[in-house]
Design a protein around this ligand. Structure first.
Ligand SMILES: [Fe+2]
Length: 169
């Protein structure tokens, strides 16, 4: 009895968090084209465009996870990602035309990635604990992509973006 209750609690938590990241991914999907348009560096622009494609696939993976748990794919407002994206948009306006614009875009994008890495890390672990191997695999695939995107952004920052912001100062 006790075990059943515990399992149910974690299942509920998993479902709620899945709705949170589903909302977040769709919000990110709408933000990425704006970020790509805003970026000055062609490499950064390309990175945002690449991640937009990946995010489309990530949304589909989440839909598959909803299907696996027999629930409709539905999001739940996530104030955390709303705030992170709002800050990014503010920076985009405040630094428009500034040599530090791309640096601010990288910072905003990394805040998004880190939020996603936190969520997917937790969801993957919960899926494993709940014995949902297929869901864990799907969540892991996205987690790897988010990690690679974060690393690519760091490389862009180190390779050119931060230097460009510094030199033009
Ligand atoms: Fe994502």
């Amino acid at each position: 009895m006790e075990t059943t209750m515990k399992t149910k609690t974690l299942e509920n938590l998993f479902h709620e968090t899945l709705k949170d990241i589903y909302y977040a991914e769709r919000k990110i999907l709408r933000a990425l084209p704006k970020m790509a348009r805003g970026a000055k560096s062609p490499d950064l622009k390309a990175a945002f465009e690449k991640h937009e494609q990946e995010t489309q696939t990530q949304v589909e993976r989440l839909q598959q996870v909803f299907e696996l748990i027999g629930k409709p794919a539905r999001g739940k407002t996530c104030p955390a990602i709303d705030g992170i994206i709002e800050e990014g948009e503010e920076a985009l306006e405040a630094f428009a035309g500034s040599p530090a614009l791309d640096a601010s875009l990288v910072a905003a994008a990394q805040a998004v990635e880190h939020y996603e890495i936190a969520r997917y890390g937790t969801l993957r672990r919960w899926a494993q604990v709940l014995g949902m191997k297929d869901a864990a695999k799907l969540l892991d695939a996205t987690l790897q992509e988010e990690g690679a995107t974060d690393e690519a952004l760091t490389k862009l920052a180190d390779g050119s973006v931060n230097q460009a912001a510094l030199e033009a100062a």
